[in-house]
Design a protein around this ligand. Structure first.
Ligand code: DX5
Ligand code: ZN
Length: 218
C-alpha cells in the first residue's frame, strides 16, 4: 500500500485543525507540513508555533518539510514543537552531514530533499544515514504546480542507489501529485506521495486520500 501525506499548504489555514482532522479520519498516513522562509523559496508559510498548536490536536505523524536557509538554526524549535520527521534541503545546507546528525541525535527521523535539478549523487556518502529522501517534482515554493516528468528517471535511479547501498530510506515525492502522476511515481519506486491541492481542493477530499493510497507498484 502506498503511504499518503496530505500537504497542509493547500488547506484553509483559517480552519487548520478541522482540515487536519478530516485527512486523519480519511486514513492519511502522515501530515506534510511545508515551512517556507521567503529566502530559500519565494513564499512564506508557518513556523513552529503552528506545529506546536496542531500537536495538541492530533496524534498524526508530522512530516515537516523545511524549505528554509540555515535549517540547523530552526531544527530544535520544530523538534520541540512535535515534529516526527524533519526534512532539510541539500541545497540549503553547507554542512549537510552535520545537519542530518543534528536531527537524528534528537531521536526523530531525518529526510533530505532534492530540488528537480539536483542530482542524487549528493547523497552518495550519506544515504545509509537517512530515513527518507524527498524528491521534489516541482520547484518548491507553491502548491498546485505542474508535475515535472524528468523526476521519474531520478526516482528509478534513487531506488537503485538505495537497493545497492542497503539503505532503508523511503522515497517520498512532492509536487503536482494526482491520480495519474501518483501512479507513475509509485511505479517508478516511490513509497510516500505528498499531495496538496489534489486532496484539499477536491470535492471529496477523503476519496482523494483513498485513491492515492490504493495505487500499487505493479
Ligand atoms: C511545494 C510544497 C508541496 C506542495 C504540494 O513547494 O513542498 O508540498 O504544497 O502541493 P501540490 O500537491 O498542490 O503540488
Ligand atoms: Zn512539501
Amino acid at each position: 500500500m502506498t503511504l499518503v501525506a496530505p500537504s497542509i499548504l493547500s488547506a484553509d489555514f483559517a480552519y487548520l485543525a478541522e482540515e487536519v482532522a478530516m485527512v486523519e479520519k480519511a486514513g492519511a498516513d502522515m501530515l506534510h507540513i511545508d515551512v517556507m522562509d521567503g529566502q530559500f523559496v519565494p513564499n512564506l508559510t508557518i513556523g513552529p508555533q503552528v506545529v506546536a498548536d496542531l500537536r495538541e490536536r492530533t496524534s498524526m505523524f508530522f512530516d515537516v518539510h523545511l524549505m528554509i536557509k540555515q535549517p540547523e538554526q530552526m531544527v530544535p524549535k520544530f523538534y520541540q514543537a512535535g515534529a516526527n520527521l524533519i526534512t532539510v534541503h541539500a541545497e540549503a545546507c553547507t554542512h549537510l552531514h552535520r545537519v542530518v546528525h543534528q536531527i537524528k541525535d534528537m531521536g526523530i527521523q531525518c529526510g533530505v530533499s532534492l530540488n528537480p535539478a539536483t542530482p542524487i549523487e549528493v547523497l552518495k556518502y550519506l544515504i545509509r544515514d537517512l530515513d527518507l529522501v524527498l524528491v521534489m517534482s516541482v520547484n518548491p515554493g507553491f502548491a498546485a504546480q505542474e508535475f515535472l516528468p524528468l523526476v521519474l528517471d531520478k526516482v528509478r535511479d534513487l531506488r537503485r542507489m538505495l537497493d545497492e547501498s542497503g539503505s532503508q530510506a523511503r522515497i517520498e515525492i512532492d509536487g503536482g501529485i494526482n491520480e495519474i502522476t501518483g501512479a507513475e511515481a509509485v511505479k517508478a519506486g516511490v513509497d510516500i506521495l505528498v499531495a496538496g491541492s489534489f486532496i484539499f481542493k477536491a470535492a471529496q477530499p477523503a476519496e482523494a486520500v483513498k485513491l492515492l493510497k490504493s495505487l500499487k507498484k505493479a
